[in-house]
Design a binder for this molecule. Structure first.
Ligand code: ADP
Length: 153
């Protein structure tokens, strides 16, 4: 169970909140066996979002993406567990929902790339940066998941 401390940043975007998908998206990670270590609803500033999406500055959709992400609250979360960054991306599905497999969150609940309902860190390095960008250390809960023995060998 030594590698179970990997963490990822998952966000439910304004479209996911509006469409009532918060509980469903949380359930996907919970049911897989991942541990929720932080969660909050936020209305981030433009500056905060521009730093989050810094690597996309210059893309034609950048301003539209920031406007959309500012259009309503976001549910920001940190999930922990073995290989959670890579598995989290798989659970979300492809960036373009039309390329997402049925059974993934985007494959089940989205059609347009610009309304793909959720965000997930794309690497362990991005996850560390994003978690530090969205959460203070004292918002990350350190607790023992009692179910761990039922989830990991
Ligand atoms: P991901 O969110 O899967 O990591 P990216 O980092 O490439 O994908 O893009 C960030 C977000 O920007 C996407 O989730 C999507 O909401 C939006 N986006 C990406 N590409 C496009 C596009 N071609 N048109 C509109 N929005 C886009």
């Amino acid at each position: 169970m030594s590698d179970t401390v990997e963490r990822t940043f998952i966000a439910i975007k304004p479209d996911g909140v509006q469409r009532g998908l918060v509980a469903k998206i949380i359930a996907v990670f919970e049911q897989r066996g991942y541990k929720l270590v932080a969660i909050k609803m936020v209305c981030p500033s433009r500056e905060h979002l521009e730093v989050h999406y810094d690597d996309l500055r210059g893309k034609p959709f950048f301003q539209g993406l920031i406007e959309f992400m500012k259009s309503g609250p976001i549910v920001a979360m940190v999930w922990e567990g073995l290989d959670v960054v890579r598995q989290g991306r798989k659970l979300l599905g492809a960036t373009n929902p039309l390329e997402s497999e049925p059974g993934t969150i985007r494959g089940n609940f989205a059609i347009d790339t610009g309304r793909n309902v959720c965000h997930g860190s794309d690497s362990v390095k991005s996850a560390k940066r994003e978690i530090a960008h969205w959460f203070n250390n004292d918002e990350l809960c350190d607790y023992n998941l009692e179910l761990k023995k039922s989830i990991y060998e």
